[in-house]
Write a protein that binds this ligand. Structure first.
Ligand SMILES: Cc1cc2nc3c(=O)[nH]c(=O)nc-3n(C[C@H](O)[C@H](O)[C@H](O)COP(=O)(O)OP(=O)(O)OC[C@H]3O[C@@H](n4cnc5c(N)ncnc54)[C@H](O)[C@@H]3O)c2cc1C
Ligand code: SF4
Length: 456
């Protein structure tokens, strides 16, 4: 796909790929073999009918193609940009056996953008009102999907979102250069057109409890899609020094509070010249690429395993490399060192070697004694994963969680241990993917519909 040159994009926040042209999209779609068994469909967590939508692209029926995807995936413009396709549909695509797989993600993005840019987004038919009221807590991909599916069925849906903008990680975590915020906003606007009420700056568990949503507000069912927004830390000396951020804070300030637009946006972030980001996932790639765009001379990824074990999407690793990010593999920090103003000035690190696989299936990193060395840094971003926020479990009696604090929900319905309370997305699985959160939302929506319609 055509994209901005690394030397240009590394100093701006505009989206990296330009997207396919109509000609390129048709040409790419023509590579699809329209396989009888179509393994790509099974490779997609929400089973998009991939050959059918690609066939519509070959005929130049782009709007119809977008609508075909929307039969099972309500967020194609988002998923076309951020899904790890190389591990899903594209991994099993038959053309990939001998050459490159069909660029399914690029085609998905193209048709979704085409439909939106041409003003062809159509509000679906809304069934007659059922008189049932459903509350959704959290507006990430899980909550947005539940809201859309239930609104279509004629229920009155209200989303409660803690932040001042809806979209969850899609707006506060993933940067503009990977997922423009106007695209997420278009999805939220679409829900509003369908009659969904979105109440931002509403922290459930503080403002009102889950029980009050039933008893005071008269909701018939509640879906909890609050994500995994509680940052994990290294728990090593010096972590409280100035200049050491959690990836959540660093990215939220940039994405949601638009620190990159300072002083127009009055919410700066202190990002220095030598920025080290700890971790190897998408969050780490987003943070280090943000640091370069904010003017860092050096952006380091410090990862305790090797490149092979990095969980980030291949495209993001590749983009980071092109932009000049320096990867230090098999390395872990053991303390942060401050200057006279208690600002971080260096990190003491240890080199690691890989041992046997651990519970995650990845080879366990083992420190090499005496391999200590220092890296001079003035900003550190800790991006080693997130846990679930304990607020709702703490304020909802009888809501069961597992040992990591994730809400326990049945796989086939997403029902929790509380009657009429459903949950899905990262709050159930721990940090996962957009499409898995959306898939859980679809399952929950079906079960919620059956439940509320079975009540008198
Ligand atoms: C930086 C980053 C990059 C990522 N990149 C990718 C990627 O490229 N591809 C991919 O597939 N996945 C990616 N992920 C993972 C993906 O974004 C998540 O798996 C997905 O967003 C989870 O969706 P969700 O709906 O469960 O929760 P979230 O998106 O986390 O949304 C939860 C929402 O609930 C709100 N909330 C929390 N508590 C309350 C409360 N008490 N009351 C009201 N509202 C509340 C939060 O403010 C938030 O808006 C990334 C994650 C991060 C952090
Ligand atoms: S597996 Fe690949 S070639 Fe076969 S139908 Fe799916 S996208 Fe087309």
């Amino acid at each position: 796909m055509p994209e901005q040159k690394p030397e240009d994009r590394v100093r701006n926040f505009n989206e990296v790929p330009f997207g396919l042209t109509e000609e390129l999209a048709i040409k790419e779609a023509q590579r699809c073999l329209d396989c009888k068994k179509a393994p790509c469909i099974a490779g997609c967590p929400v089973e998009v009918d991939i050959p059918a939508f690609i066939d519509l692209v070959t005929q130049g029926k782009f709007v119809e193609a977008a609508r075909k995807i929307k039969e099972t995936n309500s967020l194609p413009a988002v998923c076309g940009r951020v899904c790890p396709q190389e591990e899903q549909c594209e991994e099993v695509c038959i053309t990939g056996k001998k050459g490159d797989p069909v660029a399914i993600g690029h085609l998905e993005r193209f048709v979704a953008d085409y439909e939106r840019d041409k003003g062809q987004i159509k509000v679906p038919e809304i069934k007659a009102s059922t008189g049932k009221k459903i509350a959704i807590v959290g507006s990430g991909p899980a909550g947005l999907t539940v809201a859309g599916d239930l609104a279509k069925l004629g229920h009155k849906v209200t989303i409660f979102e803690a932040l001042h903008r809806a979209g969850g990680v899609l707006v506060y975590g993933i940067p503009e250069f990977r997922l423009p915020k106007e695209i997420v906003q278009a999805e939220v606007d679409y829900l509003s057109l369908m009659g969904v009420e979105v109440k931002t700056s509403h922290v459930i568990g503080k403002l009102k409890s889950i029980d009050e949503l039933f008893e005071v507000d008269g909701f018939d069912a509640v879906f909890i899609g609050t994500g995994a927004g509680l940052p994990n830390f290294m728990r090593i000396p010096g972590e409280n020094l100035g200049g050491v951020y959690s990836a959540n804070e660093y990215l939220t300030r940039n994405n949601l509070m638009r620190a990159f637009d300072f002083p127009k946006a009055p919410t700066p972030v202190a990002s220095g010249k030598n920025v080290a980001v700890l971790g190897g996932g998408n969050t780490a790639m987003d943070a280090v690429r943000t640091a370069l765009r904010l003017g860092a001379d050096n952006g380091y990824i410090i990862y305790r395993r090797s490149r092979k074990e990095m969980p980030a999407r291949i495209e993001e690793i590749h983009h980071a490399e092109q932009e000049g990010v320096e990867f230090q593999f098999l390395t872990t920090p053991i303390r942060f060192i401050g200057d006279e103003n208690n600002w971080v000035k260096a990190m003491e690190c240890l080199k690691m070697e890989l041992g046997e696989p651990d519970a995650s299936g990845r080879r366990r990193p083992i420190p090499i004694e005496g391999s200590n060395y220092e890296i001079p840094v003035d900003t550190v971003v800790v991006a080693i994963g997130n846990s679930s926020n304990p607020l709702i479990p703490q304020t909802t009696p009888g809501l069961e969680t597992n040992k990591w604090g994730n809400i326990i929900a049945k796989e086939d319905t997403m029902l929790t241990s509380r009657d009429a309370v459903y949950a899905g997305g990262d709050i159930v699985t721990g940090g996962a993917t957009v499409i898995l959160a959306a898939g859980a939302g679809k399952t929950a929506a079906r079960a919620i519909h059956d439940y509320v319609m079975s009540k008198n």
